[in-house]
Design a protein around this ligand. Sequence first.
Ligand SMILES: O=C(CO)[C@H](O)[C@H](O)COP(=O)(O)O
Length: 146
Amino acid sequence: MKIALGCDHGGYELKQFIMKTLEKLGYEYEDFGCYSLESCDYPDFGAAAARAVAEGKCDRGIVICTTGIGISIAANKIKGIRCAHCADCLEAEMTRRHNDANMMAIGAGFTGKNMAERMVEVFLTTEFEGGRHERRVNKMMALEQE
Ligand SMILES: O=C(CO)[C@H](O)[C@H](O)COP(=O)(O)O
């Protein structure tokens, strides 16, 4: 499984840590920036990571800004993306089981490294349950056609 990563300056340090986590867990990843602590705009990097997932170049995406909110909104503007802003392991698990989220957004200003590490592992290992949830995911995705 290949993971697309994106962040702004607020998420840069946590993204560096998450790269080490992914290496430890044995996942391949591609980093779509940003590449330093210099102030930048989260839509640029959230969208770049999201496009890689939407186009099938990566299987899942993890994006990080200070709150996790702006970069999740940006990622969700890309067709095919279901990016869940998560703050703990239960949210990371539930959004996989029920929403088949293909991206997760984390707020580096609120989520510590230990929690982020556990969330990443849960997000990447939890399966979608399908069944009634599949019908709902299909309805969500149909909204993109409006
Ligand atoms: O969390 C974010 C978006 O939701 C951004 O990281 C935050 O808005 C950046 O702000 P600043 O330029 O003041 O560092």
